[in-house]
Design a protein around this ligand. Structure first.
Ligand code: GMT
Length: 376
């Protein structure tokens, strides 16, 4: 099948999922066309089955806002015709589903029928899409997609609660390519980051308020009072400075390392002992799954789709949003001795296996078949 994938090319989870999906589909013989404004961060390989088409939006002084959706829908029309693409898979409703729908209509007027699958990722529904400025367009785009998928049951329920949806929504969980998870690091080089007696705690996100980075610092502060520990904060975002100030005011700045954005997530997770994700909202929590697949247990909030990923008492623990005392207690109970930590590490990896990409790709292939049938 020839599939156009539209996504955000940045470090966000939706872009990562779309890119990994495209790579896996290409390996299974599908021809994949990524259509976006920049080469996706995890797309290192362009090959015979993988193409990247950049959407450029020419600057024009008359436009106060440059019309990306217009450029994207035009690019989609051109690429579908040029490469005889069979299907559009758009990740993130805003503005991708909207632009995809416009492309579909333009192509229809030329006698070309192209189905569109829309995957909802969370922030497009719970944080942004729900805003009155966007809601009618998001509702319309979802209702006019041939198949709609969401990355968790919780996100499906949120979507049905917040929007007037006429379409069925199929839950297709996010996934991890376990064959890519590096067991190849014989030595994780943990001594680069911490002393031998220190536990390494990690948080990875875009450091936006929804991730509750201050809770991460509060939890770590309690952990480091019990035993030697380091906190690695990976990612860039608006809460970084506030978090750095909080660390200074607590006198723990030397124990907290802000690493910025990184392409070496597997390496960082390889030497991590615990992952913290106390988010306010999280439709799935791909970062938690990535941690678990590297054998890192997770302390998270119990919001959104997190209970579908992080299993209480097995891969880690879940608490109410903001309950940093309980999160710290749980963290300490996992880290307190090597045997308990080893058990949780093993269990985290086991739970991650249920999200192996091998189980999920065939579900997407079925979704595509369904969309092709509906659209004819
Ligand atoms: O979490 C973010 O800030 C990024 C956001 C995105 O759109 O990339 O992540 C969302 O999609 C991910 C991939 O499906 C999910 O794992 C995240 O849970 C979800 N984020 C939220 O719901 C806040």
């Amino acid at each position: 099948m020839k599939i156009a994938i539209v996504c955000y090319p940045t470090f966000g989870g939706s872009g990562v999922v779309a890119t990994e999906l495209g790579l896996a589909l290409a390996e299974r013989g599908h021809e994949i066309h990524f259509i976006t404004y920049k080469q996706p961060v995890r797309l290192e390989l362009i090959s015979r089955n993988i193409h990247f088409h950049e959407v450029s939006v020419p600057e024009y002084p008359l436009f106060h806002f440059q019309p990306y959706e217009l450029a994207l829908s035009s690019k989609l029309v051109d690429m579908v015709k040029l490469y005889e693409i069979n299907l559009l898979h758009v990740h993130y409703a805003i503005p991708h589903a909207y632009a995809g729908y416009m492309a579909k209509q333009m192509l229809q007027s030329e006698g070309i029928n192209i189905p569109m699958v829309t995957t909802l990722h969370g922030t497009d529904i719970t944080l942004v899409g729900n805003h009155p400025f966007y809601k009618p367009a998001v509702t319309f785009s979802i209702n006019n997609s041939d198949v709609v998928t969401s990355v968790s049951q919780s996100l499906k329920e949120d979507t049905l609660r917040l929007f007037d949806i006429k379409n069925d929504i199929e839950v297709v969980p996010n996934f991890i390519d376990l064959s890519n998870v590096s067991n190849s690091f014989t030595d994780c080089q943990r001594d680069l980051m911490a002393n031998e007696d220190e536990r390494i705690i990690t948080h990875i996100s875009n450091l936006r308020p929804v991730k509750r980075l201050m809770d991460v610092i509060e939890i770590f502060d309690r952990i480091q009072q019990e035993f030697p520990a380091k906190l690695l904060v990976v990612g860039e975002g608006p809460d970084r400075e506030k978090a750095e100030n909080l660390c200074r005011s607590k006198g723990i700045q030397k124990k907290v390392v802000f690493l910025g954005n990184s392409n070496e997530i597997d390496k960082i997770l390889c030497f991590s002992d615990l992952f913290l994700l106390p988010s306010e909202k999280e439709s799935f929590g791909l970062a938690a799954l990535e941690a678990m697949s590297n054998g890192v247990p997770v302390i998270s909030s119990n919001t959104g789709g997190l209970p579908e990923v992080n299993k209480e008492g097995i891969s880690g623990y879940l608490s109410d949003v903001g309950d940093v005392e309980q999160m710290a207690r749980h963290a300490i109970s996992i880290l307190k001795d090597d045997a308990t930590l080893a058990t949780f590490k093993k269990q985290a990896k086991e739970v991650a296996k249920t999200f192996d990409i091998k189980n999920i790709i065939p579900i997407y292939e079925d979704v595509y078949q369904k969309a092709l049938t509906y659209a004819t």
